[in-house]
Design a protein around this ligand. Structure first.
Ligand SMILES: Nc1nc2c(ncn2[C@@H]2O[C@H](COP(=O)(O)OP(=O)(O)O)[C@@H](O)[C@H]2O)c(=O)[nH]1
Ligand SMILES: Nc1nc2c(ncn2[C@@H]2O[C@H](COP(=O)(O)OP(=O)(O)O)[C@@H](O)[C@H]2O)c(=O)[nH]1
Lengths: 271, 271
């Protein structure tokens, strides 16, 4: 299995941390600058981390694509372009490989199977820049929005925030994954509806462990309590992990090949 | 006493909530939209709330100036202009009133005595847009930066974040209040140094109360614990409130009159 996961969002929303939490190992280092004299104006490059994980006895070959935080500049016009270009470049490479890979059963697949989109937990709604970026990305890849650092929201605020975001997604006609599928039977449709009502997943990430009931778990410790990333009453990290790596892994790969890649290929042929 | 306090920062950082927490009453309603179909592009107006509070037996007449979140658009060029204009307009009004108020002992004073600048708790440092806004505001008013929603930082992250911000403030030569003063004696200088090492204050705000040891306090309740806004081991809200309304109230008013207003007046005379 080759699975390519991209993370997109403003800097400081815990993207690098979440990658390390998802795959339980320090795969990426954050783009965050700790040197104040470092020029902020240069746009860092998109970084790809490759690794292997074993999941349910299945060996998974992962490409994690960490994008530099967009929206940090005063003027963020077209800040989505490097990200869109990266997605297109992988699809273009795949077309070339398909044409030249006559003996090779499966060409190397670097196509982006899933884009995790990080939403700042403002409590209000999506920002104009988020909507601008989402409009472009949802057209060309499977986009799964998540609420970053959801530990800064109370459960009431979280429920309210999700409602607002879901309404905005509907209002702007953003095609968020998973997509409706007429071929689904009743059970599959029910599962999809349940997932759709949970998205955006409210996540918390941590590259540190804390002691909870004598067990070492990924978490964040503060003066007023300990957040356990794996505790389903604390956040939806486990739901996200399950969704990405277990229940919807195959569908994310298939939809990329049959929907997004096909659309790209058609445009290339007619162009 | 007339005290005019302005809050500045991206939307969703808890500005409105902090105002209500500082003055223990629902003075302002948030600019946050809850209607997804509301156009985000229009720039809301600057709002001024007037109220009275009693503090240490002294009656304080307050103007709270809530500015709409800046930096929400894709292109935020000059998003600071409405804020700068507001500050200048008050100083210009004061010049006019000083000239016409011959009998009136003290003209009505709407000059901005303090700008609370809200920093998003990214954990990395200031964003380019923050630096752009701070550069303009620190030249014309007393600016006191605070770390918004500091409950999303662990104590270690908070200490690290403060260090980075303080280094960036020094690197960009931003004149943050309180200012060094050669006329200070050793005690006053020591107090100022202590305050300077604490700034930006790491705050948490809440317009809700929670039960802590049988007492109703301003706080935030979550699955893993209860944050008490007034608890000094939880956040620096009390330090900020003390600083603004007790120890530095007079100096904030005086510095505005003798430093910022004087500079403005000089420019008007030579213009
Ligand atoms: N409150 C909170 N902080 C987090 C979370 N995940 C990461 N952080 C912290 O946020 C800061 C920035 O995280 P980082 O992963 O570098 O963000 P990135 O710039 O989006 O890659 C670090 O101090 C992290 O420890 C989270 O889920 N909740
Ligand atoms: N975690 C956290 N959330 C806060 C804090 N203060 C306010 N909030 C929440 O953040 C959201 C936005 O607050 P608001 O005051 O409207 O922000 P504004 O847009 O800057 O005026 C609301 O859901 C508040 O309850 C805080 O100190 N910590």
């Amino acid at each position: 299995f080759q699975f390519n996961l991209m993370v997109v969002g403003q800097s400081g929303l815990g993207k690098s941390t979440l990658i390390n939490t998802l795959f339980a190992s320090p795969l990426v280092t954050s783009y965050g600058r700790t040197n104040p004299t470092e020029a902020v104006e240069r746009t860092p490059e998109i970084k790809v981390e490759r690794c292997y994980i074993q999941e349910n006895g299945v060996k998974l070959k992962l490409n994690i694509i960490d994008t530099p935080g967009y929206g940090d500049q005063v003027n963020n016009e077209k800040c989505w372009e490097p990200i869109v270009k990266y997605i297109y470049d992988q699809q273009a490479s795949y077309i070339r490989r398909e044409l030249t890979a006559s003996r090779e059963k499966y060409p190397v697949d670097t196509r982006v199977h899933c884009v995790l989109f990080f939403i700042q937990p403002t409590g209000h709604g999506l920002k104009p820049i988020d909507i601008a970026v989402l409009k472009r990305l949802t057209e060309i890849a499977n986009v799964v929005p998540v609420i970053a650092k959801s530990d800064s929201l109370t459960l009431d605020e979280r429920a309210q925030f999700k409602q607002t975001i879901q309404a905005e997604i509907a209002h702007h006609n953003l095609k968020i994954y998973p997509y409706p599928n007429d071929e689904y039977d009743e059970d599959e449709r029910a599962l999809n509806d349940r997932i759709k009502s949970q998205i955006p997943f409210a996540i918390v990430g941590s590259d540190r462990t804390v002691l909870v009931n004598g067990r070492e778990v990924r978490g964040r410790k503060n003066r007023w309590g300990v957040i356990n990333v794996e505790d389903e009453t604390h956040c939806e990290f486990s739901s996200l992990r399950n969704f990405l790596i277990s229940t919807h892994l195959q569908d994310l790969i298939d939809t990329t090949a049959h929907t997004h890649y096909e659309a790209f290929r058609k445009r290339q042929l007619t162009a």
